[in-house]
Design a binder for this molecule. Structure first.
Ligand code: MG
Length: 255
């Protein structure tokens, strides 16, 4: 099932996406994860008649640094023993078809295509084997990064945290198999292409690792790292991240 949030007649609503149609549901997405019997369906809308919103409003986005074997190979780096994590602020979140604003303090703003885990309930000290009970579904993140500032600063916070640097969407797929194609197109040309089976740490391992450090709240996001081929975007570019089984997250780059 694909869940979306959208704006219709000035109201923030939730729905189930099937092909190009959205069936409105009566409860917020976070309730739909945990109590599917609450889902009562209303009318159907055309996706082109509404504005899609980020599918959740996370309190934090926990990101994983190096998490693709083929990306480690590309960078000539050893595989990490444990995940390297950082946090993007909730204020960076934008939705499908929104614009990434290129900051004047950077000269290199990169895309990073990532599969993202959506947390369904309060998650603390959860074991890998129980992690699926805390995962509401999967979505897509573009971990936009001011690469020049990342290299300049010892900490990554500035480089990863500009407003609009965390596009999320378009939908949450509640049932996703573990092997999915992931790719990114810049102005229609393929720049990143891999498969989530190349991930070093699985979604479930990441839930265990991170929830032993901090409590994850309902709606929080774990962005699971990017495959090879990261590179720069320019003002007026169009960037599309596709994860098989979820959809395409499309954004524009503006000044
Ligand atoms: Mg990343």
């Amino acid at each position: 099932m694909k869940l979306v949030r959208f704006l219709d007649e000035g109201k923030n609503k939730s729905g189930i996406l099937e092909d190009k149609h959205i069936t409105e549901i009566s409860c917020p997405i976070l309730e739909a994860f945990n109590e599917s019997e609450k889902i009562s369906q209303h009318g159907t809308l055309d996706i082109n008649d509404v504005k899609l919103l980020p599918p959740v409003s996370p309190s934090k986005i926990v990101c994983v640094g190096l998490n693709y074997k083929d990306h480690a190979e590309e960078l000539n780096m050893d595989l990490p023993d444990e995940p390297v994590i950082f946090i993007k602020p909730s204020t960076g979140v934008i939705g499908h078809l929104d614009s990434i604003i290129y900051p004047s303090s950077s000269n290199q703003v990169d895309y990073e295509a990532e599969l993202a885990v959506v947390i369904s309930k309060k998650t603390y000290q959860v074991k890998e084997e129980d992690a699926d009970d805390y995962i509401g579904g999967y979505t897509i993140v573009n971990d936009v990064t001011a690469r020049d500032l990342q290299q300049k600063d010892v900490q990554w916070t500035r480089a990863k945290s500009f407003d609009t640097f965390c596009p999320i969407g378009p939908s949450i797929e509640t049932q996703l198999e573990s092997k999915q194609e992931i790719s990114l197109k810049l102005n229609g040309k393929v720049k990143q292409k891999s498969n989530t089976s190349n991930m070093i740490f699985s979604a479930q391992e990441l839930v265990e690792f991170i929830s032993n450090i901090m409590t994850l709240n309902p709606g929080d996001i774990i962005s699971t790292g990017t495959p090879p081929g990261v590179g720069p975007m320019q003002v007026d570019d169009t960037v599309e991240v596709e994860v098989e089984g979820i959809g395409i997250l499309k954004n524009y780059v503006k000044k």
